[in-house]
Design a protein around this ligand. Structure first.
Ligand code: GLN
Length: 279
């Protein structure tokens, strides 16, 4: 089990943690009653990741995830508080009891399900490549000999790392460069430092808009399959009541068509604002 960073605990909490004999000493997670009593729902995310979370022209953090989270807070009758963390610190921070939920275009997968509970999926996504328009790269093995960028802790990073370790890219000279920010990776494709970036579809399309020398194209596995994923809201496994509330809101937003409308709205907003992905 991967232990999150251990934060200072009160002596009492430390004693309890030791007595319980858990391998990770976590701060106690807030239940739904604690959230309601505090009047605050604490969300963690990583930005910019347009259209899910990015900075509007006036500096406000906006996006599909922010709207969903605000709706969850409203459903619970509390205020939403959003904090930004590096992407690879989001789930460890949730496990350490530093927030109630994570919305960050976060893909549901088996490894993450060991660390958190996930809501019903709310977005279907797939892995894309950002490459120079002149490059002919379609499947994983075409990345042989290239230096490939991906966001640290992302599923894109994991796919390339696994392919290098024992898959299509094993001993092909492919190297992986993990970066904190997808926009930084794109800048390195423009300078030629990276041959490609692997990132989620909507973000790839967003980041290449306005760059004629770059293209965004779906990444296929060796067998030609699309690398499909689904996003979910992560909450602590000890908070099933919050999870039910989150699922109610997601179901409502999907069934009413509001979710699709929000995606369209924020995609258009981020497109009109060239700096959205790069702040
Ligand atoms: N969906 C990808 C993942 O969960 C990327 C998310 C992100 O970079 N914000 O790893």
């Amino acid at each position: 089990m991967k232990c999150p960073v251990i934060r200072p605990l009160s002596v009492f909490a430390l004693v309890i943690a030791v007595v319980l004999g858990g391998s990770c000493k976590k701060a106690p997670q807030r239940g739904l009653d604690d959230i309601k009593a505090s009047g605050q729902l604490l969300m963690l995310t990583n930005a910019p990741f347009p259209p899910y979370e990015f900075y509007a022209a006036d500096g406000d953090l906006v996006g599909v995830d922010i709207d969903i989270a605000r709706r969850i807070a409203r459903h619970l009758g509390v205020e939403l508080t959003v904090s930004i963390r590096p992407f690879d610190e989001l789930l460890p921070a949730l496990a350490a009891g530093e927030a109630d939920m994570v919305l960050a275009g976060l893909t549901i997968n088996d490894e993450r399900l060991k660390q958190a509970s996930f809501s019903l999926p709310y977005i279907d996504a797939m892995q894309y490549l950002i490459i120079p328009s002149t490059a002919n790269i379609k499947v994983l093995e075409d990345l042989g000999g290239k230096t490939v960028g991906a966001q640290a802790g992302s599923t894109g990073e994991e796919i390339i790392a696994k392919a290098i370790a024992d898959g299509a890219l094993h001993k092909t000279g492919c190297q992986l460069l993990a970066l904190a920010d997808p926009a930084e990776a794109v800048a390195k494709v423009l300078t030629g430092e990276l041959g490609a970036v692997v990132v989620d579809d909507t973000v790839a399309l967003q980041l290449t808009a306005g760059h004629a020398v770059l293209s965004a194209t779906p990444l296929f596995s060796q067998s030609g399959a699309m690398l499909s994923e689904q996003y979910g809201v992560a909450v602590a496994p000890s908070n099933p009541e919050l999870l039910s509330a989150v699922n109610e809101v997601i179901t409502e937003l999907k069934n009413s068509g509001e979710l699709s409308a929000k995606i369209k709205k924020y995609e258009a907003m981020a497109r009109e604002q060239p700096g959205a992905a790069a702040q």
